[in-house]
Write a protein that binds this ligand. Structure first.
Ligand code: NAD
Length: 486
C-alpha cells in the first residue's frame, strides 16, 4: 500500500488474493488493510495538508497534475492490461478509458489556478467583504470494481485541483491498478501523503476511513447499500459526501427514430461492458407500433455478439467480474422468468471453449416486461435487458420516471420538438438523445433520486471539493456600539 510516500504492508501483515476473472485464478496478492492502516493513511494525508502541498500555489498544483497526465499517457497500455486482468472488461474499452484519463488531470489541473473568489458589494458602511474557496482537507475516495481508475480519477482530479489530499480505497476485487497509479504520483513528484492507497475490504478498512474524525469528505462510487451505509456514518461526523450509485436507466425508442442507430444504441446501452456499468440502459422502452419488429432486429443483432477472452481485440462480451455478481445475474434471470417475462435471447450461463475458466452470462433479452416487475425495478448490473411497451410520449415518460433510480436515460427520435421537450420531463441526471453512454470530464455526471448525491466531472465537480470563506474587513476609524449587530 502507499502511505505517506512509503510502500508498506498492512500493519497486521495479512494479505488477500485478486482473481483474473477470465482465467479464474489468482494473479496478485495485496495487503489486507484494517483500522490501523486507515489511521496511518489519514494521518499521512493530514500531514500532507499541513506540509508543502498546503503551501503550494494553485499553479504549481496544476503543473504536478499535468506531469501526472503525461505519465498516465505514457503507461496507458500497461494500466489498461492491469485493469483487464482484474475486472475482465474488454481491452478495447479499458484502453480507451485509460487513454482518456490524462484529459481529466489536464482539465482540472488547468482549472486549479482559476478558482476565484469575489469581492462583494456589501451593504455595510466602511466594510470590505470578499470570499475565497478553500479545500475541505483529507478526502477519502472509495471505488467500485467496474472501472477502478476512471472512478478514482473522477474524484482525484477535481479534488486535487481544489487543494485536498486523498486516501483511496479501491474495490477489493480490483485494487492493482490503483497501486500502479500510486507509482505515477510518486514519479510526477507529488509530495508524500498527498495521495495514499490502502487496499482491503469495505467493512475492514473502508468503514474506519469513513468514521475517521480527521476526514472531511467521502467520495463514493458503488452500490446503493454501500452508499447508504457510508452516508449514515458520514452524517454522524457531519462530513461532506458525493455518492455515485446504481441505476435502472430507460433507453426510449420512438417509432420515428433511425432504427439502425437505435438498435446499436440499445446494444451499447446494455451489452457493452457486459452490462456492468452504472448507466446501463437496462430498460428498453419501445413504442408499441414498432415493438415486435424492433425487438426482432435487436435480437438478431445481439445474437452475433462475440463472447470470449477480454484481452482479445475482437471480443465484444467478456466475463462477469466477480463471483457474487455472476450469481446475482443468474438469480435475476430466474426471477424474470418466474415473473412471466419472455426470454427471447440468452438466459443462461455461457460455457463454450471461448469462455476459458471465466464466468460468462449470455447476452439476455426479455420481452413483455411490465415495469412493475422486479426485473424492471431492480439493478441487475449484467447483460440482461428488459423490453417494455409504450404508446405515446406521456406513457414513455411515466414509465421511465416510475423508478427509485434516476441516473440516465436515452431518447431515440427524429422529432426535434420531442428531442428538446422530453429531457426536461425525465427525472434523471443525464439524458442522451440519439446517442448513449458518452461521458466527458467536461460534463457533469451523477444521478437524481436514489442514484446518488452530488456531481462528478465538469465545473460542478470542483465545487464539491471546496468550501467558501467570507472575510470581513472594517475600514471604519472607530468601532461602533458593541452591543448591537452590525
Ligand atoms: P459496493 O458498494 O459493494 O462496493 C464499492 C466500494 O465500497 C468497495 O471498495 C467496497 O469495498 C466499499 N464498501 C462497501 N461497503 C462499505 C462500507 N460499509 N464502508 C466503507 N466502504 C465500503 O459496490 P460494487 O459491487 O463494488 O459496485 C457495483 C455498484 O456500483 C453498482 O450498483 C453500480 O451501479 C455502482 N456504480 C455506480 C457508478 C456511478 O458512477 N453512478 C459507477 C460504477 C458503479
Amino acid at each position: 500500500m502507499l502511505i505517506g510516500g512509503e510502500w508498506v504492508e498492512a500493519a497486521g501483515g495479512e494479505t488477500f488474493e485478486t482473481i483474473d476473472p477470465f482465467k479464474g485464478e489468482a494473479w496478485a496478492r495485496l495487503p489486507r488493510g484494517r483500522a490501523d492502516d486507515a489511521e496511518r493513511a489519514v494521518a499521512a494525508a493530514r500531514a500532507a495538508m499541513a506540509g508543502p502541498w498546503g503551501r503550494m500555489s494553485a499553479s504549481e498544483r496544476g503543473l504536478l497534475m499535468f506531469r501526472l497526465a503525461d505519465l498516465i499517457a505514457r503507461d496507458a497500455e500497461h494500466l489498461a492490461r492491469v485493469e483487464v486482468r482484474d475486472n475482465g472488461k474488454l481491452i478495447n474499452e479499458m484502453r480507451a478509458q485509460v487513454r482518456y484519463l490524462p484529459q481529466y488531470f489536464r482539465y482540472f489541473g488547468g482549472l486549479a489556478d482559476k478558482i476565484e473568489g469575489a469581492v462583494l458589494p456589501i451593504d455595510k458602511a466602511d466594510t470590505f467583504n470578499y470570499t475565497s474557496h478553500e479545500p475541505l482537507g483529507v478526502c477519502v475516495a472509495i471505488t467500485a470494481w467496474n472501472s477502478p481508475l476512471l472512478l478514482a480519477v473522477n474524484k482525484l482530479a477535481p479534488g486535487l485541483a481544489a487543494g485536498n489530499t486523498f486516501v483511496l480505497k479501491p474495490s477489493e476485487f480490483t485494487s492493482a491498478s490503483s497501486l500502479e497509479l500510486g507509482r505515477l504520483f510518486e514519479e510526477a513528484g507529488f509530495p508524500p501523503g498527498v495521495f495514499n492507497v490502502v487496499t482491503g475490504f469495505g467493512v475492514e478498512v473502508g468503514a474506519p476511513l469513513v468514521d475517521h474524525p480527521h476526514v472531511a469528505k467521502v467520495a463514493f462510487t458503488g452500490s446503493e447499500g454501500g452508499g447508504q451505509a457510508i452516508n449514515e456514518k458520514a452524517a454522524r461526523g457531519l462530513k461532506h459526501v458525493t455518492l455515485e450509485l446504481g441505476g435502472k436507466s430507460a433507453n426510449i425508442v420512438f417509432a420515428d427514430a433511425d432504427l439502425d442507430n437505435a438498435v446499436k444504441g440499445a446494444v451499447s446501452g446494455i451489452f457493452a461492458a457486459t452490462g456492468q456499468t452504472c448507466v446501463a440502459g437496462s430498460r428498453l422502452l419501445v413504442q408499441n407500433s414498432i415493438y415486435d419488429a424492433f425487438v426482432d432486429r435487436l435480437v438478431a443483432f445481439a445474437s452475433t455478439a462475440r463472447i470470449g477472452d477480454p484481452q482479445s481485440e475482437t471480443t465484444q462480451v467478456g466475463p462477469v467480474t466477480t463471483p457474487p455478481q455472476y450469481r446475482k445475474i443468474l438469480d435475476y434471470i430466474d426471477i424474470a422468468k418466474a415473473e412471466g417475462a419472455v426470454c427471447r435471447l440468452g438466459g443462461r450461463p455461457a460455457t463454450g471453449a471461448e469462455c476459458g475458466r471465466g464466468q460468462f452470462v449470455e447476452p439476455t433479452i426479455f420481452t413483455e416486461v411490465d415495469n412493475r416487475m422486479r426485473i424492471a425495478q431492480e439493478e441487475v448490473f449484467g447483460p440482461v435487458l428488459s423490453c417494455i411497451r409504450f404508446e405515446d410520449d406521456d406513457e414513455a415518460v411515466a414509465i421511465a420516471n416510475d423508478s427509485l433510480y434516476g441516473l440516465a436515460a436515452g431518447i431515440w427520435t427524429r422529432d426535434l420538438r420531442r428531442a428538446i421537450a422530453l429531457p426536461r420531463r425525465l427525472q434523471v441526471g443525464i439524458v442522451w438523445v440519439n446517442m448513449y453512454r458518452a461521458v466527458s470530464y467536461m460534463s457533469p455526471f451523477g444521478g437524481y433520486k436514489r442514484s446518488g448525491l452530488g456531481r462528478e466531472n465538469g465545473m460542478d465537480a470542483v465545487r464539491e471539493y471546496l468550501q467558501t470563506k467570507s472575510v470581513w474587513v472594517s475600514t471604519a476609524a472607530e468601532t461602533p456600539d458593541p452591543f448591537s449587530i452590525r
